[in-house]
Design a protein around this ligand. Structure first.
Ligand code: SAH
Ligand code: SF4
Ligand code: F3S
Length: 458
């Protein structure tokens, strides 16, 4: 593993002293994971992480461009990097990730103080780009390089690991910029994924989340002899010793086949949670979004998942204010939330993205005031449903994987149910162990509880 990284490490160690980097990462779980890989790579090259951007020799951003608000947030941060670089011209400013990919070489004309720009497909080359930067500003934007999943990782959570199973997306959702900034879908071969999870287990990881933009279309691009289906991959990862919990995100409803539901039902380590992005509850809007399923087919799928995996928790992504969304369409989204009874949802206001089909062909015609009215109504509905759903845990004892101290009250512990719901509880279990917790209360987002016992799984 990381043969290229080790080579680069060898060369770099000879020419540079240890230096400090500061990394700010925005965006989704794929970016969180890419950031862990960037940290791992930089630290293998002798870099150390600085607590403050002001103390860094290398200021690195891992960017997101999914909505206009993501761009704005990043650009605010980039302004601060410009100020630091003005005061100290030796500082190197590097911008990676999806926003960088969307801008390509334009980054250097728009923001001349940026030294390095690279897309999500070029993370493995970061060491080389830094070395070349000494001579000229460098950009790298191809998608044919090695998977970043082959690099060393500095994990955020010791007992949990993200595992990249594929990159890119072949869908054509009309609102979405991801396919243009993450490229065509490419799957890693299963043996490489399994070997990575086995190494993680040996390193103390007890829970893995398999990652892909469209995670359940995994394997279709692999050559015939080396093809593994997503359901087979789930079963294989789910039977690796010492891995207690397996999750995956995000599946596309159109690729959610019965063999995946059967794998979840029959493999004890596969957790009872599916994040199933619906985007809208209106078939008319879904069609214009090019999601390729109707409301009815989505609901049918939900029914099959609930039948196969009792007590599954379901979460989703929803967009309001898509071009042409009528009051009736929006009411269909609200009624979908009631009908599915989601345990949670990420809710977004439509944002026009350059280069997408919707931006080219559909006017962004829902007034801002109406968009904010709709998102508020949707958020309220999601909270109501989630709170009602969470009540089913109250009073019973549940298995919690302990993550560490509670965020709001360090005298308590924080962990997660198999259904991916956070529990804050009193107890003394160690991080990375399983505890049985009696659930005493529920809000829409978290549960409260009291530890009863610690499981001894050896
Ligand atoms: N590959 C994943 C995640 C894609 S991005 C998936 O398909 O599920 C995460 C979410 O951002 C999407 O599910 C969608 O709800 C939202 N999103 C994407 N593009 C958007 C846009 N232009 N405006 C608003 N929300 C958007
Ligand atoms: Fe975007 Fe659709 Fe691909 Fe998800 S499935 S990343 S929403 S194009
Ligand atoms: Fe953002 Fe790129 Fe993820 S655009 S949501 S970081 S795939």
């Amino acid at each position: 593993m990381a043969a290229g990284g080790a080579d680069i490490a060898g060369r770099r160690a000879a020419i540079i002293p240890a230096v400090n980097y500061h990394l700010t990462s925005f965006g989704c779980q794929m970016n969180d994971h890419d950031a862990e890989r960037m940290r791992g790579l930089l630290e293998s090259l002798g870099y150390r992480e600085a607590a403050d951007r002001d103390d860094a020799d290398l200021i690195l951003f891992n960017t997101c461009t999914i909505r206009g608000s993501a761009d704005d947030r990043f650009l605010g941060n980039l302004g601060e990097a410009r100020r630091i670089k003005r005061a100290n011209p030796d500082v190197v400013v590097a911008v990676g990730g999806c926003w960088a990919q969307s801008q390509k070489e334009q980054v250097f004309t728009q923001f001349p103080f940026v030294d390095i720009a690279f897309g999500p497909g070029e993370i493995t080359r970061l060491g080389e780009l830094i070395a070349r930067e000494r001579i000229e500003a460098v950009g790298a934007f191809s998608f044919d390089g090695a998977f970043s999943g082959t690099l060393p990782a500095k994990r955020d959570r010791p007992h949990h690991a993200w595992v990249q199973v594929s990159v890119g997306c072949n869908c054509v959702c009309s609102y979405c910029i991801v396919p243009s900034v993450r490229g065509r879908e490419r799957s890693r071969i299963a043996s490489e994924i399994i070997a990575e999870v086995e190494r993680l287990a040996a390193d103390g990881v007890r829970e893995v989340t398999l990652l892909g933009q469209n995670v359940n279309s995994y394997g279709r691009d692999l050559p015939k002899g080396a093809r593994t289906t997503f359901a087979e991959l789930l079963r294989e990862v789910g039977s690796i010793p010492d891995i207690w919990r397996v999750r995956y995100t995000s599946p596309h409803p159109k690729d959610m086949r019965d063999d995946v539901i059967a794998a979840m039902a029959e493999t004890p380590t596969l957790c009872e949670h599916v994040h199933l992005p619906a985007q809208s509850g209106s078939t008319r809007v879904l069609k214009r979004m090019r999601r390729t399923y109707s409301r009815e087919r989505y609901l049918d799928l939900v029914g099959r998942i609930r039948d196969g995996v009792p007590d599954v928790s379901l979460t989703t992504d929803l967009i309001v204010g898509f071009p042409g969304e009528t009051d009736e369409d929006f009411c269909d989204t609200l009624s979908l939330v009631h009908e599915v009874r989601y345990d949670g949802a990420f809710t977004f206001v439509y944002s026009e993205r350059p280069g997408t089909e919707a931006a080219a062909d559909m006017a962004d015609d829902i007034p801002a005031a109406l968009k904010s009215e709709r998102i508020q109504a949707l958020v309220d509905t999601v909270h109501q449903t989630a709170r009602a759903r969470a009540q089913r845990f109250v009073g019973a004892a549940h298995e919690v994987l302990v993550e560490g101290p509670s965020r709001n009250d360090p005298t308590r512990l924080r962990g997660r149910l198999r259904q991916n719901i956070t529990v804050n509880f009193s107890g003394d279990a160690d991080p990375g162990t399983l505890a049985t917790v009696r659930i005493t209360g529920a809000s829409s987002a978290t549960l409260a509880g009291q530890q009863i016992e610690v499981h001894a799984i050896a």
